[in-house]
Design a protein around this ligand. Structure first.
Ligand SMILES: [Zn+2]
Length: 124
């Protein structure tokens, strides 16, 4: 089994509803996102897949979140844009049409250097 990890970042505003504390007020984060894929088969070059393919896929997803007020985007109008829900959103987008020899293991969303959330489906 081989695993690859890529990372990227985006900046966005959000506020958490149903929450008591500073995070119920509008504020922003420089979110760091990590994506981990795995698979059993390497290609002729000895790669599970090219990093740049994964990075491009993640960049396209994050581009829609970057410099946005997350609560105003359709996936988060009814769902709080917490780091947990952001991780699930990115997981669902990233896993769509992923080549069959790759499996998306998990997505991490870090809202600071020392606080991050991971989404990984139960079946993993
Ligand atoms: Zn926050």
């Amino acid at each position: 089994m081989y695993r690859l990890k890529i990372a990227d970042s985006f900046s966005a505003g959000h506020q958490l509803k149903c929450y008591r504390g500073k995070c119920e007020r509008v504020h922003g984060h420089n979110f760091k996102v990590e994506v981990i894929v795995e698979g059993h088969t390497l290609d002729r070059a000895g790669l599970l897949t090219d990093f740049k393919v994964l990075k491009k896929r993640l960049a396209a997803i994050l581009d829609k979140l970057d410099h946005q007020m997350l609560n105003q985007l359709s996936p988060f109008k009814k769902t709080n844009p917490s780091s947990e829900n952001l991780a699930r959103h990115i997981y669902e987008k990233f896993s769509a049409k992923l080549p069959s020899r790759l499996r998306l293991l998990e997505v991490w969303v870090w809202e600071s250097d020392n606080a991050g959330a991971c989404f990984r489906p139960d079946a993993s």
